[in-house]
Design a protein around this ligand. Structure first.
Ligand code: HEM
Length: 401
């Protein structure tokens, strides 16, 4: 017998305290999320890996989406996005997932990602060149946001003038907006991407990533227009909402831990390896995307019944004291390998190499140009975004020096 725990209204402001309490009680609990959805929330590391990989757990939103209404007190629950945005691999199980992932992997090769390094360096350098010593800026606004959105728009061949619109739409789709706002943003995004996809389909194939994706084939199979629209949507949202906050959360953690900042300033060659520790400590995804049990599932000594929504807090798993010593401590020299900030199993983040590359470039250039940057606000006054999916600050005011 388990009891239903109501997550506090201010859960997103301080999830770690809540996770510590839940984790100490057991690997998974039935909880009511801040907006009324009842889910089983996994907070321990070992069970998180099981929940992310066990075939009794499904990500099929078409079949499992009905559970959103069954398990919610919120009449707006279960509102699904415009169908044309939902037909992507993060919402699917094998064999459909396998097919889509294979086709996109063909276009998104490690070689193509590594070839982007000089361009990522250039974009980052251009953004930094606009900043001056002594300026007080929102680092998310002037640097952490424009870098990944510029990279992902270039990857998809989307004109950069649409950047601000994308930010607005994507923000509305991922945070708790009204149903009307979410639907309007979804429809606007779908309409734009549809036009873009059909334009690239009609053009001669070239060497760019999106053209390769549009024209990718596997034994005569290729992506339909609808699948391409959904895929572009997934790449666009997954490709920037996360990386922005990896940069933001890492800089915030460093400014709160000056001795750790000093280590990276003294030895910038440690930055690439330290990426894993920043992902572990405060990864940009708190609760991973929708999953449900198709059959009963044992997690430790708890059995989650069939037809339950199963959510995994990646942030909680990555601070499990059974897995990482002093888990709340930033330690840029620790080996944080094995964290689940990019997920685990068949849905493991497809963009991980690009995210790591962008982070490495961003932090290296930022610390080289502004080694004495400081927070320009009391840390306790900074608010986290109103989302259980995205873990990121609203603003990150810093003084550049
Ligand atoms: C720091 C940056 C990033 C983090 C922390 C991150 C995290 C994740 C996580 C946790 C998942 C799995 C979600 C789940 O199983 O519920 C995922 C999937 C995915 N990510 Fe990322 N991501 C990042 C950057 C990117 C980038 C830059 C791209 C694309 C360019 C991208 C594309 C994807 C795609 C396509 C999937 C779905 C894979 C599948 O279903 O097989 N991500 N990401």
């Amino acid at each position: 017998m388990t009891t239903l725990t109501q997550l506090p209204d201010d859960y997103v402001q301080n999830p770690h305290e809540v996770h510590d309490m839940l984790r100490a009680e057991g690997p998974v609990q039935e909880v009511r999320m801040p907006r009324g959805l009842k889910v089983w929330l996994v907070t321990r590391y070992d069970e998180a890996k099981i929940a992310l990989t066990d075939p009794r757990v499904s990500k099929n939103v078409v079949e499992g989406g009905r559970l959103m209404q069954v398990h919610s007190t919120d009449p707006a629950a279960g509102r699904v996005l415009d169908d044309s945005l939902a037909e992507h691999m993060l919402n699917m199980d094998p064999p459909h997932h396998t097919r889509l992932r294979k086709l996109v992997t063909k276009a998104f090769t490690a070689r193509r990602v590594e070839k982007m390094r000089p361009r990522v360096e250039e974009i980052s350098a251009e953004l930094i060149a606009r900043l001056n010593d002594g300026d007080v800026v929102d680092l998310l606004e002037v640097f952490a946001f424009p870098l990944p959105i510029t990279v992902i728009c270039e990857l998809l061949g989307i004109p950069i003038d649409n950047r601000d619109e994308f930010r607005e739409w994507s923000n509305q789709l991922l945070t708790f907006g009204t149903t009307e706002e979410v639907q309007a943003a979804g429809a606007a995004m779908a309409g734009f991407l549809y036009q873009h996809v059909t334009k690239v389909q009609a053009a001669e194939p070239d060497d760019t990533f999106f053209s390769a994706l549009v024209h990718a084939t596997d034994s005569g199979d290729s992506l339909s227009t609808e699948e391409l629209v959904s895929m572009a949507f997934l790449l666009l949202v997954a490709g920037h909402e996360t990386t922005v906050n990896l940069i933001g959360n890492a800089v915030f953690a460093l400014l709160n831990n000056p001795e750790q900042l000093q280590i990276l300033k003294d030895k910038p060659e440690l930055i690439p390896a330290s990426t894993e520790e920043f992902l572990r400590l405060e990864g940009p995804i708190n609760v991973a995307t929708f999953r449900y049990t198709k059959e009963p599932l044992e997690l430790g000594d708890v059995t989650v019944p069939a037809d339950e929504i199963l959510m995994v807090s990646l942030v909680a798993a990555n601070r499990d004291p059974e897995r990482y010593e002093n888990p709340d401590q930033l330690d840029v020299t620790r080996s944080a390998q094995g964290h689940v900030a990019f997920g685990h199993g068949i849905h493991f983040c497809l963009g991980a190499p690009l995210a790591r590359l962008e982070f490495d470039v961003a932090l290296t250039q930022l610390l080289a140009r502004f080694p004495n940057l400081t927070l320009a606000a009391e840390p306790e006054t900074l608010a986290w975004r109103d989302s259980t999916l995205i873990r990121g600050l609203h603003t990150l005011p810093v003084r550049l020096a």
